[in-house]
Design a protein. Sequence first.
Length: 241
Amino acid sequence: MNYHEIIAAVGEGSAHPGGYQGTVDFIREAGISPGLRVLEVGCGTGRTACLLAQLGAHVTAMDQSVAMLEKAGQRAQRQQLQIEWIQGDITAIPLRSDTYEAVLAESVTVFAADPVKAFREYHRVLRKGGQVWDRELFRTQPHPALEREMRELYGNPYLPDAGAWMRMLQDAGFRSVRQWEPGTGTSGVSSFDWQNAWDPHRILDLEALQDPAVRTFFKENERFLQRYQAHLSYGVFMAEK
């Protein structure tokens, strides 16, 4: 099982940097007005999409994984929320141009072979004046083994620094590119924190916990985070169309 299959199997909704509490903190500061049309790309098991819908947004949520979308749909049904779920690739989003007022991504673009291509798709589906909010991990200092070990463990092709993330947004046509950070709302270096808040609607495949590959992954994940904590940080990269 690869990283994405493991996350789907255990029903994890807080695997992105900063965890679910980080999502809540950002959305509280960004503000979600009732009726806001939001596209969440790489929605996973749907925890953030459900939060957006609870706040009154009109949510379309997309993921490549059928297993993720099935669990996301069950979560929304349990919470009695209306969300449009679609399967799709972030580099070829199967939706009309100039449709959404916000595109939200949480540790998704880092897995694209060509992040600029994904950013161009986010730009395309946004209305003029719409915003992209992309929560991503970034490296704060180089290390000879960091990217190789990340690729082996998680499958992302490479890990940009914060400046590279912002340059890619600009290359995709975005303006007013900036970085939001936990607790500040301004740019700068933040601490690295994977916070996993309790999830009452998590759908867990119990047999996955017995899979040796799953147990091995979580052990390796913990070792990786301890080894490279000083080399990693995260933020939300924001920009406008």
